[in-house]
Design a protein around this ligand. Structure first.
Ligand SMILES: Nc1nc2c(c(=O)[nH]1)N[C@H]1C(S)=C(S)[C@@H](COP(=O)(O)O)O[C@H]1N2
Ligand SMILES: [Mo]
Length: 320
């Protein structure tokens, strides 16, 4: 079954930027209008292989076909062919092709900053030192679409316990590989590369905050953030930063790539919240890839029991 995703249902994250960035963009790019409309067209095109299992390899393994709410897993082919990964391209259907052959070995992840015991892990360390579990989570993109993905990985807290944050550490800052030769999207001047994301330390210590090394029982493919990415299931998908090379404990709130690009649109917390619209569209409903129609978006993406305590007493409209 092929599904169509129309541009009216899915608004791309990248089409509008803050006024400041927009002015820089116009100066840098004489053809900015053409670039914007080209991006719009790409998003409106068909995700032809989404939810078709035809291309699924033999070795994909899952223990169950649903998540804890009974929602069906999104097909392997949709999870690996409809992606946001701007280091390759802003075309969701284009990422997999562009990312093919991206080399992830050797790969090292430096964990340091305000810690007693800084460490550099190879990807083999990360796959063998920490028990890899299947973790089935919903991924809700800020654009209004979602998937259910069977990740392989372990809690971020396990790495943090190894490096021992000091009492000054308040936030965790993550960085994607910066290498424009291998990640051609990093030549785009619209964004301040590398991709950066962050969590408050107590959010990072919540067991749902996951470091993923695989999905469907296989190592991650490049389009999904190989070899090592963050998965924060209660926050919009852009917090789940891909292809991480650096994790740093810091004392001030990190500025993410999206906060830098459009601070009025993308906040630090980015908790999934149907009651707080994005400035340009509602967040009340979402399109589950592979389904027709829309379903209601759940507060904290359905993980409120596990995470709502983190925000007790906070105004989640102000801290969006
Ligand atoms: N480095 C990096 N990480 C990223 C992105 C990106 O462009 N670059 N896109 C984010 C967005 S917007 C989403 S919705 C998810 C998509 O993850 P998936 O393609 O594995 O489904 O990755 C997030 N992590
Ligand atoms: Mo996203």
């Amino acid at each position: 079954m092929a599904i169509k995703i129309s541009s009216s249902e899915i608004t791309p994250e990248h089409v509008y930027l803050s006024r400041r960035k927009f002015m820089i963009g116009i100066g840098a790019l004489a053809t900015s209008a053409a670039v914007l409309s080209a991006c719009g067209n790409q998003v409106g095109s068909t995700a032809s292989s989404a939810n078709s299992n035809e291309a699924a390899p033999e070795d994909i393994k899952v223990s169950t076909n649903t998540d804890e709410l009974g929602d069906e897993l999104t097909s392997f082919s949709a999870v690996t062919s409809y992606n946001n990964f701007y280091e390759f391209t802003t075309s969701k259907e284009g990422v997999a092709g562009m990312a093919e052959g991206f080399s992830t070995s050797p790969w090292e992840v430096e964990v340091g900053g305000l810690v007693n015991n800084p460490k550099t892990f190879s990807i083999d360390d990360l796959r063998t030192k920490f028990d890899q579990e299947e973790r089935i989570y919903r991924l809700r993109c800020v654009e209004g679409w979602s998937m259910v993905i069977p990740w392989m990985g372990f809690s971020l807290s396990e790495i943090l316990e190894e490096v021992e944050p000091t009492s000054q550490a308040k936030y965790v800052r993550f960085e994607t590989l910066y290498d424009p030769d291998r990640l051609p999207g990093q030549s785009s001047r619209w964004y301040d590369w590398p991709y950066v994301e962050g969590l408050r330390l107590d959010e990072a210590m919540n067991p749902l905050a996951t470091m993923a090394t695989g999905l469907y029982g296989k190592h991650l493919l490049p389009q999904n953030g190989a070899p090592f990415r963050l998965v924060v299931p209660w926050k919009y998908g852009f917090k789940s930063i891909k292809s991480i090379v650096k994790i740093e404990l810091v004392d001030t709130m990190p500025v993410s790539l999206w906060m830098d690009a459009a601070p009025n649109e993308y906040g630090f917390y980015a908790n999934v919240n149907p009651e707080v619209p994005h400035p340009r569209w509602s967040q009340a409903t979402e399109r589950r890839i592979g389904e027709f129609g829309r379903r209601d978006t759940l507060p904290f993406n359905g993980y409120g029991e596990e995470v709502a305590y983190l925000y007790d007493g906070m105004d989640l409209r102000e801290n969006f």
